[in-house]
Design a binder for this molecule. Structure first.
Ligand SMILES: [Zn+2]
Length: 446
């Protein structure tokens, strides 16, 4: 049955339309336009009016690692290698049940802050798909849309739990994609870990699998300077140049971070039709630096935004990343007009289609019915001179009142609908309560 939702206003692209409504059915938006027109054309459709609400596309968190939320706080305020040691200590022990808990925790928090789609870069495989399936179950139970970027890693330094041979990674990735073929909420894409975490053979296998599945593929590139230095020492070229030599710099590639690349590499990425997943909060939190976002935009690279994880950033809000993405570029350029609110809003919404391969991020007929209702009467949304600027710069998360994914309500009046938040808190507490003491003990005896 088609539903009509009539907010006070809705966001069509970056234009605010007062008195417009949407009609949706079976997870898709059918019509968008002035309420009176929709009513006249479809008198039998039930109309739900939501005064004082702004309907916006659901935000796309293009990069995260949900299970890392469980170590939030434990590795903070340390250099990268020491932060990663904490991750390597606690995460290999997580079984399917624990991965499920982590998914409820991280995805639940994202939903509360208006994220309707998350690309979760997942690498706790232990050689199979059991944990990945548990993670997808958490997404399904909460009602969030999940793009499961199944990582492919064969770096001998990483824990055995993360590693596979290229043959295993392809077979498992293909099997997982087949399992979720046609699923309304879950899609599987390949994700060779990084030029340091995946061999050339693994990266080529990931790019080929993406072509076979007709999806984008994701890869971490140039988060820190050491990666480029390593590849230059080994192969005598830059990171993306090496990926190009492998034959993998294609239109499906979406690189995560991209903090330390030369301009000609960025230009090649744009020329290929690739994308950048910009994670400004994580890059600052871990001391990686600031990606030259305006260079990417100048070379027509499609940019999306990622929170990265609950331990690599601490916050899991795409609203925070939008604000940071714009304000960092203003600060770098020394000018308030370096990057505007409309541009970063587009990164978090419309550009979601490029990074996921799914028709989302827009309030238009045919798009997936993933959207949020924002309280227009929240103090952080006043005054209403520039509503898009308010969304990006001043909004407080308390202003996110309702979230719909695939046309279904998953957050109502600021609370998760399907899984009680208290139950998630209890699961996380039980699972992690001894970890801090364990880490202190290990470090005291080291
Ligand atoms: Zn990552």
């Amino acid at each position: 049955m088609t539903q009509v939702l009539a907010p006070e206003a809705l966001l069509e692209g970056t234009a605010v339309r007062f008195g417009w409504a949407i009609a949706y059915r079976d997870g898709r938006i059918e019509q968008v336009g002035p309420l009176e027109q929709l009513r006249a054309a479809n008198p039998s459709y039930p109309v739900i009016e939501v005064p004082q609400r702004l309907l916006v596309p659901g935000l796309v968190n293009a990069h995260s690692h949900s299970f890392q939320s469980l170590v939030r706080g434990l590795g903070d305020d340390r250099p990268f290698a020491a932060w990663r040691d904490v991750l390597y200590r606690f995460t290999p022990r997580l079984g399917p049940e624990e991965v499920y808990t982590a998914g409820l925790f991280a995805f639940g928090e994202m939903l509360r802050y208006g994220t309707t789609t998350v690309c979760d870069f997942f690498y706790l495989h232990h050689g199979d798909n059991e944990r990945a399936v548990a993670l997808a179950q958490a997404a399904e139970d909460l009602g969030i849309r999940l793009v499961l970027a199944r990582s492919m890693m064969d770096w001998e330094v990483a824990p055995a739990a993360y590693r596979e041979t290229p043959e295993q990674a392809v077979a498992n990735g293909r099997a997982l994609a087949a399992r979720f073929q046609g699923h309304p909420l879950v899609r599987v894409i390949p994700a060779p870990h990084s030029p340091h975490g995946a061999s050339g053979e693994m990266i080529q296998a990931g790019a080929r699998l993406a072509a076979e599945l007709a999806t984008p593929w994701h890869i971490h590139v140039a988060e820190a300077p050491y990666e480029g230095e390593q590849i230059r020492a080994r192969h005598g070229c830059g990171l993306l140049e090496w990926i190009a030599r492998l034959g993998a710099l294609d239109e499906r590639i979406r690189i995560v971070h991209g903090v330390w690349l030369e301009e000609q590499e960025i230009a090649a990425l744009g020329h290929a039709g690739g994308g950048l997943i910009h994670c400004p909060g994580s890059n600052l939190f871990l001391g990686d630096g600031i990606a030259p976002l305006r260079t990417y935009l100048r070379h027509d690279v499609t940019v999306t935004l990622g929170c990265d994880s609950g331990s690599a950033n601490s916050r899991l809000s795409v609203f925070d990343e939008m604000r940071l993405a714009a304000t960092l570029q203003k600060g770098l350029a020394g000018s308030g007009d370096a990057l505007d609110a409309e541009a970063v809003l587009q990164m978090a919404t419309v550009n979601g289609e490029h990074v996921t391969g799914l028709p989302l991020g827009r309030i238009v007929p045919g798009a997936l019915a993933d959207f949020c209702l924002i309280r227009l009467d929240d103090l952080s949304m006043q005054p209403r001179h520039r509503i898009v600027q308010n969304l990006v710069y001043s909004l407080h998360h308390g202003a996110v009142s309702d979230v719909f994914v695939h046309g279904q309500p998953v957050v109502r009046e600021g609370r998760l609908v399907r899984v009680p938040e208290a139950a998630i808190v209890e699961r996380v507490r039980r699972l992690t309560e001894r970890w801090s003491a364990e880490l202190s003990q290990v470090e005291a005896t080291a």
